[in-house]
Design a protein around this ligand. Structure first.
Ligand code: SF4
Ligand code: SF4
Length: 383
């Protein structure tokens, strides 16, 4: 397993994470078997947004003796007051469900207390002006949560949440289809009528890219939900692209976005865990998603999508990561965030190592001026 630092929290996330949702309603034996498989493979991120007592208690039992092996995202505001998943901004209700989460999981702390489902202006206003945020801060002061996070599906609202400086972690929905279509939810229509969408893709949405870059700038980690687009990206029938992606290509797409530390996959069984972790053994060409993205009508030309299709570099430069840090630095070259300088500096090889062989440029499907980027990186980062 590989791990990535969760911003400034001191915690490190496994790049493949575990969303518990799909085990809701399943027998305890399935939960135990899937948790065991996750532990065997070093998966340490666990999302527990589900409000029901049964599923939470099943996880509590399955984690017994191994609580410290997981970083749990527990959500503040996820309830089932109407006997189905629901959102609450009422403090006593949120408090009751959060306290029940601790009891059900048989633990006295949650690693990341997540402000749940901040998707609209009203949600954002409620977050800013209700006592829920103060509650999260008190939990943090008391050591009951170690960090504050939030979940959202809306890039504009998520950006506002990050800009408050309140959170260390954002759970956000990311996959190639969501990144290429309007953020107003029409992606679901698109997946039901894929033919209509094939003509409408025009590149990565600037509002989503701006969110990922802001998170990287501010050292806010992203954990990813909807990595597989509810499975539709894997299906020939539903994919909005010319061909389906594999699970591992979807994982790779998410993991190559700025700031992403973990993709939370909704495992239902040991076999699904084993299939996901095959990603770790795969070659770059098996993970490569470029054929799908580049087959669309698009305006990517000159813009790096961080796919690594241009590798290998004879001097070992990680071109996608270098481009990622450079793109963020270019947002304000006079004030490059220290964390970006640190990440760049920590790379094994730098722009100054480039021998201008040009082999990467001939492989890049998006005509990125890589050699020019190497020179630009040297001028910004000094090596
Ligand atoms: S330079 Fe081109 S091939 Fe390389 S990571 Fe960027 S988009 Fe992909
Ligand atoms: S041009 Fe530079 S970055 Fe590209 S493959 Fe050659 S050495 Fe590596």
């Amino acid at each position: 397993m590989q791990y990535r630092a969760i911003g400034k929290t001191g915690m490190s996330a496994s790049i493949i994470g575990f969303g518990g949702e799909h085990l809701d309603g399943k027998p305890y034996a399935d939960v135990q078997e899937t948790v065991n498989a996750a532990m065997e493979h070093g998966i340490n991120m666990l999302d527990m947004f589900m409000p029901g007592d049964d599923i939470r208690s099943n996880f509590g039992k399955a984690l017994k003796g191994n609580r410290d092996k997981f970083i749990i995202q527990g959500h503040i505001g996820s309830t089932d007051v109407n006997e189905q998943y629901d959102i609450s901004r009422d403090l006593p209700t949120c408090q009751k469900y959060f306290e029940k989460l601790l009891t059900n999981l048989q633990t006295d702390y949650i690693d990341v207390g997540m402000l749940f489902f901040i998707d609209s202006e009203e949600d954002f206003e409620a977050m800013c002006h209700s006592d829920i945020t103060a509650y999260a801060q008190k939990l943090k002061q008391a050591g009951i949560i170690r960090a504050i996070g939030a979940s959202s599906h809306n890039p504009l609202i998520a950006k506002k949440v990050v800009e408050t400086g309140l959170i260390d972690l954002l759970m956000f929905s990311i996959n190639p289809a969501f990144d290429m279509v309007p953020a107003d939810g029409s992606v679901f229509d698109l997946m039901d009528n894929p033919e209509s969408g094939k003509k409408s893709f025009q590149g990565i949405r600037p509002d989503r890219l701006a969110l990922y870059q802001l998170c990287e700038q501010r050292d806010v980690a992203i954990t990813v939900m909807k990595t597989l687009g509810a499975g539709k990206l894997l299906s020939k029938e539903h994919t909005p692209f010319n061909q389906p992606l594999t699970v591992q290509q979807c994982i790779h797409y998410a993991l190559t976005r700025p700031a992403v530390v973990s993709t939370m996959l909704g495992f239902k069984s040991r076999d699904e865990v084993l299939d996901a972790v095959r990603y770790l053994e795969m070659t770059d060409s098996e993970r490569d998603y470029t054929h799908v993205v580049s087959s669309m009508q698009n305006n990517f030309d000159g813009h790096c999508v961080y796919c690594s299709h241009c590798q290998p570099c004879p001097v070992g430069i990680d071109i996608a990561s270098l481009n990622k840090y450079l793109d963020i630095a270019k947002l304000d070259e006079q004030n490059v965030p220290p964390s970006i300088r640190h990440h760049y500096s920590a790379m094994e090889n730098h722009g100054s190592d480039c021998i201008q062989c040009g082999s990467c440029e001939s492989r890049c499907p998006f005509s990125v001026p890589i050699i020019g980027n190497m020179e630009h990186a040297v001028s910004v980062f000094g090596k």
